[in-house]
Structures are given as structure tokens and as C-alpha cells.
Design a protein around this ligand. Structure first.
Ligand SMILES: Cc1cc2nc3c(=O)[nH]c(=O)nc-3n(C[C@H](O)[C@H](O)[C@H](O)COP(=O)(O)O)c2cc1C
Length: 384
């Protein structure tokens, strides 16, 4: 039992979920405005251990625990979130123009299952506002990797979606350390269809060209749904690799309802399920990707990470980096430090000197290589 779960959680859960989130973000931003606020946040929440530092995607991460897309949709609190101890922050998903998202209510807690269902539909302030905020964050000294999750506008016909993604890449690259191509949110009609082979090939092919012209060094990652079959994941991997995409984020929320035990009335709610019930499925997707690519494609593992144990599960399945969202709702802001402290202890237990040595160690028997690996993706050095 943490102080957060004993004192704060009962109060927070009396508030409507989106209101609670706005208040939390408001509190964070306030902390960033008062003198020494960021230092205080960092002193209370940040945990540092040099053995958790890792090099992935050509970038240095001070620890593997990142903030998942959707938490800071508009990049309003990047310096404050950085002070909380994250190793990276993914902002967005942003669309080219501002949009309101789906009607309320659109976020539901399932406390018995440590889960939430959301059907937000990308409410966000658009790319101009995002650009200005990212610039300000950089000016305020944010140095950790900040990724931008990009998606199509709600009113953009699916046939014109590629144009939205390319535009976002062109506009936001000066302040994006990487881009996450979101083709997996279940709450924007037609979006998940972009994971199908032909559509994905067109999208990623064009994005790769725009990247080459505008920002050749900026990594592109694709975020996939946990609801794809392994065969569909293999198709995605083929496309990713043939287009020279740098990494994969697995996974987004699920439209499935497996693993729920609590309030049945909420199960039929449309939207994406996240949190503890998603954990196992997301881990299996990661394990599959790691096997199919022989560990050569960087994987960001997300879905139900809420402790050092669940973090380690994803790392051992093949994730080099992690992200959290729903865990923060239930465990509070101390979660990042809790995971990192626990991971440092795991390094001692396993007798290894850094986390990279644990990546993919529970993979079991590796299947023979299925996908062709181009020169751009380098096989990692063997680990002890
Ligand atoms: C309220 C809410 C909003 C989200 N919005 C986005 C989004 O805009 N873009 C995106 O790629 N993922 C979004 N996600 C998915 C998360 O980034 C993450 O992939 C998913 O929640 C699984 O992680 P978790 O179990 O730690 O929450 C959202 C999730 C939640 C709960």
C-alpha cells in the first residue's frame, strides 16, 4: 500500500476520469511554474541508476521507462513530466488540425481490473500548437528524447490519410526526436485498417521518402494493435523492414475484453481497453516480434506495465524500451521510480551489469528467420 493508493486514490476516483486527468496535468504545470518546482518534483520522484541507461534507435535514454502516447496529448507538461523521471516522453497523438475528439463520456475506469476503457478519438490542439509547445520545452532545457505520435484527422477520408501523416512529419520534425506512426487507435474510424499490408506499404513508403528529404536522422516507429493475428503482425514486419522503419511500439489498446472480472456493465462500452488485462497479450506480441526479427528491430513494449516485474516481463520478451499509461492512473506518479528502482534490483539478482543484457532472454526457441533484414537494421552485439 503506497501513500498514493491510501490517500490520493480515493479522492481522485471521486472525480470524473477526464477531470481527474486535467487536474493532475494542471498540478504538474503549476509545479513547473513555481520556483524550484521542477527540482522538487525530481527530488521526490526521479530515480537514477547508471546501469539503467540504454542506447536505442541511435539515442541515449537515462532509463527504459517512457510515457505512452495519449497522456500528454498536446505536449503541455513536457519539462514537468521529464522531472518525474521518465526516460522518454511520447506526446500526441496529434492531428494536423485541432479537433475535439469523441463526445463525453469517453474514458471509463475499471478499478477491479486495474484497467480503463477509452474512446477519446484524438482530442488535440493540432500541429501548430504542438510545434510551439515542443519548441518551448526545448528552450526550457528538456534534453530527454521526446517522440511525437502522429495520426490522421478525424474528418480526413482514409484515402487521404497519408497526406496527414506526411504533413505532420514535415511540420514537426525540428522538435521531434522520433515519430510514432499511430495506425492502431481503435477510436478513429478506419485508422486500424492502415495496418493492412497494401495500405501500410503506401503509408510507410511515403513517410520514409518525406523523412529522407526532411530529417534523415529522425527515427520512425510504427505503433500496432494487440488485436492483430501473428500472421498480420508478420505482414506489418515485412512492410516495416522493407520501408526502412526503425522500430515498433507494441501495443496500443485492445478492442477485446478478455481478462476482465469487474463491473460487467462497462464491458460492452465501445473503446480500447488498457491496463492489467492487456499485459499478457501485449507481451506475447512483443515476444513474437522479437523472435521473427531475431532481436534486430527495436521494440518499445507497452500494455499493462505497472511494476518492476511486469516491466521485466516485457524486457525479457524483447522490449528495449517501455511505456506506461494506465499504471500511472492506479499507482500514481511514483510508478516510474518504483519500476526503475525495481529494475536496478533485478540487475543485481540476475548478476548482469545493464538492462540490454536482459532484453529477449525469455524468448525460448528462436524460429528461423522469416523476414528479410536490410542493412539499415543492424543485428545487436551478442550479450552475455
Ligand atoms: C485515455 C487514453 C488515451 C490514449 N490515447 C492514445 C493516443 O492518443 N495515441 C496512442 O498511440 N495511444 C493512446 N493510448 C494508448 C496508450 O498509449 C497505450 O498504448 C495503452 O494504453 C496501453 O498501455 P497501458 O496499459 O500502460 O495503458 C491511450 C490510452 C489511454 C488509456
Amino acid at each position: 500500500m503506497t501513500l498514493y493508493s491510501q490517500l490520493a486514490l480515493p479522492l481522485v476516483f471521486r472525480l470524473e476520469p477526464e477531470r481527474a486527468h486535467s487536474i493532475a496535468m494542471g498540478g504538474l504545470m503549476l509545479a513547473g511554474k513555481v520556483p524550484l518546482g521542477l527540482r522538487l518534483l525530481s527530488a521526490c520522484l526521479n530515480y537514477h541508476d547508471a546501469r539503467l541507461e540504454t542506447e536505442v534507435l541511435g539515442m541515449s535514454f537515462r532509463n527504459p521507462v517512457g510515457l505512452a502516447a495519449g497522456y500528454d496529448k498536446d505536449a503541455t507538461a513536457v519539462p514537468e513530466l521529464a522531472a518525474m523521471g521518465f526516460g522518454h516522453i511520447e506526446v500526441g497523438t496529434v492531428s494536423p488540425l485541432p479537433q475535439a475528439g469523441n463526445p463525453f463520456p469517453r474514458l471509463f475506469r475499471l478499478p477491479e481490473d486495474q484497467a480503463v476503457i477509452n474512446r477519446m478519438g484524438f482530442p488535440n490542439g493540432g500541429s501548430d500548437a504542438m510545434l510551439a509547445r515542443l519548441r518551448r520545452a526545448r528552450e526550457r532545457g528538456v534534453r530527454l528524447p521526446v517522440g511525437v505520435s502522429i495520426g490522421k484527422g478525424r474528418d480526413t477520408p482514409i484515402e487521404s490519410a497519408v497526406g496527414d501523416y506526411c504533413r505532420l512529419l514535415r511540420e514537426l520534425h525540428p522538435y521531434a526526436d522520433y515519430f510514432a506512426v499511430n495506425v492502431s487507435s481503435p477510436n478513429t474510424p478506419g485508422l486500424c485498417g492502415l495496418q493492412a499490408k497494401v495500405a501500410l506499404l503506401q503509408l510507410l513508403g511515403e513517410l520514409a521518402q518525406v523523412r529522407e528529404a526532411a530529417c534523415p536522422g529522425t527515427p520512425l516507429l510504427v505503433k500496432i494493435a494487440p488485436d492483430l493475428s501473428f500472421r498480420e503482425v508478420d505482414d506489418v514486419l515485412d512492410v516495416i523492414i522493407s520501408c526502412g522503419i526503425d522500430g515498433i511500439i507494441a501495443t496500443n489498446t485492445t478492442v477485446g475484453r478478455d481478462g476482465l472480472n469487474g463491473r460487467r456493465s462497462l464491458w460492452s462500452m465501445s473503446g480500447g481497453l488498457s491496463g492489467a488485462p492487456l499485459r499478457g497479450t501485449a507481451t506475447e506480441v512483443i515476444r513474437h516480434i522479437y523472435r521473427q526479427t531475431q532481436g534486430c528491430l527495436p521494440i518499445v513494449g507497452v500494455g499493462g506495465v505497472n511494476s518492476a516485474e511486469t516491466a521485466l516481463e516485457k524486457i525479457q520478451a524483447g522490449a528495449s524500451l517501455l511505456q506506461v499509461f494506465t499504471g500511472l492512473i492506479y499507482q500514481g506518479p511514483g510508478l516510474v521510480g518504483l519500476i526503475n528502482r525495481g529494475l536496478a534490483r533485478k540487475l543485481d539478482e540476475f548478476g548482469v551489469s545493464n538492462l540490454a543484457q536482459l532484453v529477449g532472454t525469455s524468448r525460448g526457441r528462436i524460429k528461423r528467420r522469416r523476414v528479410h533484414l536490410p542493412g539499415r537494421i543492424r543485428a545487436p552485439d551478442p550479450v552475455g
